[in-house]
Design a protein around this ligand. Structure first.
Ligand code: SAH
Ligand code: DHB
Ligand code: MG
Length: 221
């Protein structure tokens, strides 16, 4: 089975199950025109995030790694009235594009975007007592994953769901030679989730439009 088949099956899933969504299509077109890397979640993954928001009954969401806000919009749209997403982004250009996408996606009122290194924004959120969040989506620089998980624990409550993207990386997660920081991040995420007694988690391998990767999902006890 090839990557091409995975991408075609993702198209099939979208055609069979999703309503046409010109606003979300326009977000991806804007991201491309503005030179953002095409590393947003896929449509099927975005829909999964929105279903998780609903399954969880989440009202307060924290996202680490905004890019152009594609995943943010999927999650924000699934919120009940009064729900909020706080999303953290390092790159000011990505943040500017994301803000315009939030307008276009009709979610500006529900999204607070904080620009700067996520570790600083997380410390500020903690100081401000901004938590606890109901759902936390970690999707920024992979080497910081264990630090993001650590902050996620401080900004959570029993029952908070934590989702971490890109933990399989074409199977590279098995490489234990310690040379690739982008692989060490996911490995550290596994050891964090595996060893923290308050976390009950799993990881699901995925194939699709973005190749072979996976999510880790955990609940705080
Ligand atoms: N969640 C997005 C994709 C995020 S891509 C989506 O699915 O649509 C990862 C993002 O994390 C990039 O925009 C990158 O600029 C940002 N990033 C990288 N390092 C960061 C850091 N230290 N703090 C905050 N954001 C960071
Ligand atoms: C990359 C980052 C992501 O968040 C992703 O989902 C896919 C790829 C990357 O940095 O290559
Ligand atoms: Mg990702």
């Amino acid at each position: 089975m090839s990557r091409k088949t995975w991408a075609s099956v993702d198209d099939y899933i979208v055609d069979a199950l999703f309503e046409a969504d010109p606003a979300l299509d326009a977000v991806l077109a804007t991201n491309h025109d503005q030179g953002l890397p095409a590393i947003d979640v896929s449509p099927a993954q975005g829909k999964l995030l929105s279903l998780l928001v609903r399954i969880q009954g989440a009202k307060k969401i924290l996202e680490i790694g905004t890019l152009g806000g594609y995943s943010t919009i999927w999650m924000a749209r699934a919120l009940p009235v009064g729900g909020k997403v706080v999303t953290l982004e390092l790159d000011p250009h990505h943040a500017t594009v994301a803000r315009s996408n939030f307008e276009r996606g009709g979610v500006s009122e529900r999204v607070q975007l904080r620009v700067g290194p996520a570790l600083q924004s997380l410390a500020a959120l903690s100081t401000e007592d901004a938590g606890p969040f109901d759902l936390i989506f970690i999707d920024a620089d992979k080497p910081n994953n264990p630090h993001y998980l650590s902050w996620a624990m401080r900004l959570s409550r029993p029952g908070t769901a934590i989702v971490c993207d890109n933990v399989i990386r074409d199977g590279a997660v098995l490489d234990d030679d310690g040379h690739d920081a982008d692989v060490e991040g996911p490995r550290a995420a596994f050891s964090f989730i595996g060893s923290d007694k308050r976390l009950d988690g799993t990881a699901i391998q995925t194939v699709g439009a973005k190749g072979y990767d996976g999510f880790a999902i955990a609940i705080v006890d």
